[in-house]
Design a binder for this molecule. Sequence first.
Ligand SMILES: *[C@@H]1O[C@H](CO)[C@@H](O)[C@H](O)[C@H]1NC(C)=O
Length: 385
Amino acid sequence: MCFHPQAYSWNSTYYVQAFKNMDIANTSKFLWAIVAAISFSGLLSLQSLYFLMWKWRSTKSHIVELEAALAIALKQRAAERTGRIRAQRELRQALLGGKNLKEGNVVAYPMTPIGTVRSCFSTRNGTPRQPMLVSLARASLVLSSKGVPAESLDGLLKYSHCWLLYVFHENTDLPSLWKQPAHKDFKAKVRVPRLEGGKLGVFATRTPHRPCPIGLTVAKVEGIKGATLLLSGADLVDGTPVLDIKPYLPYCDSVPESSAPSWVQAGGEDDVIAMASVSFTENFATELAKCWDVMGKNSLYSSQVEIQSLVEQVLSRDIRSLNQRQRPHNGKVVYHLILEGINVSYSLEQEGVVVVEGAALDCSFKHICSRDTDPRSWRHLFHKS
Ligand SMILES: *[C@@H]1O[C@H](CO)[C@@H](O)[C@H](O)[C@H]1NC(C)=O
């Protein structure tokens, strides 16, 4: 073969010349080879065409299948949504007692406490009227095991204080509130002891007897152990249901230029009367030791000495009711106060001089006398052993 330019151009003369030079047998062999080659390649391309068509068809049917599945899923999602919306509407309707959802008709919203407070204040008597008055007051809030995970408290330890929204669960008028939640019988004005029987609008006071018996308080965040939040300074009664916890933000929650009437200010008329002194008898120490033997492992405090300090702090203010204070009494009157299930008895030697005389365990507060360690107790939380 020579690489003559003619070999690359279409030159029929060149091919005719080649045929002429072959004998007949060779020529037919050659032709057959060409025919075979052509048909083989044709077969091959037909096959690949068929394969491509099959492939395309199966892809297409696959796409159709996917589209159908997507349509079904979307339909289901839409059905779920309408179902959910209908359920929500039905729930609201049920809460409204079948009334139409219009403004003014709303009767109640579903709010379940997130947890319950275990507090050193076993009863309302002795529980401070305001937070932060008794710094030794301790409380532990255990989140409800149903639906409020311990992780909900993550990050709260970074704040020194928190707000607590709670229910005044010991209000004696709660049963009537259940029957009549629409505020029909609610009294707009309340008597304020500090105003010598003078009345004020309920929203100008912090009375527990409010149209919505919700309390607000601030407490010091002491620690977090699992689903338990440890607090101090709170003015909460044992067993208080808590609705919400929010961090206290000093930059916006404390208002430096704020003002209040004189009767609510510290040292003002509303400030609880400070006692001159609090002392303890030897009998008290002996009886407290007996109590501690039984309830120490369930206490919010780590020693009997700490409990005595708490008693001192609580009684350093006059916690007696106005009635108790004004009642004329001849001779010695013994008063009682229950802290951590311990019934503490005290009397006034003279005006403002408190003598703490005795201590007796009141096992109607079951957790305090329980043989099992209370999971909310100090020992359980800090000295797991
Ligand atoms: C405390 O104990 C005394 C008896 O020592 C009792 O009369 C009083 O009712 C008790 N206080 C409370 C609140 O249970």
